[in-house]
Ligand binder design. Structure first.
Ligand SMILES: NC(=O)c1ccc[n+]([C@@H]2O[C@H](COP(=O)([O-])OP(=O)(O)OC[C@H]3O[C@@H](n4cnc5c(N)ncnc54)[C@H](O)[C@@H]3O)[C@@H](O)[C@H]2O)c1
Length: 401
């Protein structure tokens, strides 16, 4: 069995490790003890309902072997349930299990469960220890690392993503590759969108070859050694970005860059009736019983958002040739990853632009967009003209038949 890969994360509020490898959940208890320096008496395990019971049992058995008293709270991985009401339920579960400040919340699930339970850990008793055990590719390469937690808020414009939240770094992230065995293919591909996003900004964060490396390996991406390297390299990018700018305070070169694709993506992700256009060239879905999926997955919205950002960049660029090539590259990469570049059922441009202006990535009155630049870089732009935004929205509309 290959040795686990360990990526250090250094944040101003604390250092921790991301460990990537096979069968790590069986070592959760001892690794938690080591990370915390002492064994927590009580643990609230917050688990995603979609995670198989056997995976939950593995985590519980390992924590139990260290003598922890564990309670389990299950979470619906549904953006409508990434809510203050769900956070309240979890806070009450922590209180009912008599968790105190020295105790621990363990998250076992995708990015949604991680954001929600991380938010609960940041507020229960003004902050308790949390360990993230991501079970989706997206959560492994992105959401579990960096300490952003939060819930969505309702509004007349629809759900506003992650509008209430806190920065609360985990004490350890344990990415058990075996947890991905049960992940539906479409969810796995959704995680690849964040990997492509990282590839489009990696040159400034120590890995200029990530985009090309990822594209060349997409056909074999689920092979264990390739998958482990993919996760490690993406976590290193995220760790570097977060280490430089934990609280997204840098105006132009820091954590804000990770929002590439997200301003467009968040605006369309939770719109009723909007669906991703099925990308061409997909392998048939695996024959496994899967729970009903939401119309648009987070990574799919990000994928479409990457396409929009590339078109926007081309519309703003004085150098039309390379910028147009980048649009083609991004679309080809999305296609190869089995991700959509277009959406069906989008409302009018005005409705989408209005939602974009309600995103928390606004800077005062100005829309802050992250746009890719040829050569594996991205930049923060506050001056994108409306005509470029409209061009991008036109480009991501699927041709309605
Ligand atoms: N905090 C951050 O920095 C950050 C970064 C990116 C995304 N996010 C957030 O992450 C969320 C998306 O996360 P996601 O893509 O992981 O999706 P998710 O958490 O919504 O989970 C996707 C689906 O997979 C199921 N699932 C999870 N693990 C499974 C497993 N091992 N086997 C079978 N089914 C499994 C879930 O039940 C759910 O149906 C969004 O809410 C997004 O806003 C946060």
């Amino acid at each position: 069995m290959p040795a686990p890969r360990v990526i250090p994360v250094s944040a101003s509020s604390g250092d921790y490790e991301v460990v990537v490898g096979p069968r790590l959940l069986a070592e959760l208890g001892p690794r938690a003890s080591r990370a915390l320096g002492t064994l927590p008496r009580r643990v609230l395990l917050v688990a995603d309902r979609g995670v198989p019971q056997a995976t939950i049992d593995l985590a519980l058995a390992s924590l139990g072997s260290e003598g922890c008293s564990c309670a389990v709270a299950l979470v619906n991985a549904d953006e409508r349930d990434k809510s203050l009401a769900a956070a309240e339920r979890l806070l009450l579960a922590a209180s009912a299990h008599a968790l105190d400040r020295a105790d621990l919340i363990v998250v076992l699930g995708g990015g949604l469960t991680g954001d929600l339970a991380g938010f609960v850990a940041s507020t229960y008793m003004r902050g308790v220890n949390v360990i993230q055990c991501p079970t989706t590719l997206l959560a492994m390469v992105d959401a579990s690392v960096g300490g952003k937690t939060g819930v969505n808020l309702p509004s007349p414009h629809g759900l506003l993503k992650n509008m209430a939240g806190a920065f609360h770094q985990p004490r350890l992230v344990l990415a058990d590759l075996a947890a991905l065995d049960s992940l539906p293919e479409r969810q796995f591909r959704s995680g690849l969108a964040e990997c492509l996003k990282h590839g489009l900004l990696a040159a400034d964060f120590g890995d200029p070859g990530l985009w090309t490396w990822t594209l060349a390996r997409l056909p074999r991406i689920r092979e264990p050694a390739i998958l482990a390297e993919l996760i490690e390299r993406n976590v290193r990018i995220k760790a570097t970005v977060v280490g430089n700018d934990e609280r997204e305070l840098h105006p132009s070169a820091g954590r804000a860059l990770l929002n590439l694709g997200h301003t467009f993506g968040h605006a369309i992700e939770t719109l009723p009736g909007v669906t991703p256009e099925a990308p061409g060239g997909l392998a048939p879905p695996p024959k496994q019983p899967t729970p009903p999926l939401p119309a648009m997955l987070h990574g799919e919205a990000v994928a479409i958002g990457l396409h929009a950002a590339a078109v926007c960049a081309a519309a703003c660029s004085p150098d039309a040739g390379p910028a147009a090539m980048l649009v083609q590259d991004v679309c080809a990469a999305l296609h190869a990853a089995g991700l959509p570049a277009h959406a069906r059922g989008l409302p009018s441009d005005d409705v989408i632009l209005d939602r974009m202006r309600h995103d928390k990535k606004m800077l005062g009155e100005r829309l802050r967009l992250i746009l890719p630049v040829p050569g594996g870089r991205s930049e923060v732009r506050l001056d994108v003209p409306e005509v470029a935004l409209r061009q991008a929205l036109r480009a991501i509309r699927a041709k309605e038949t």
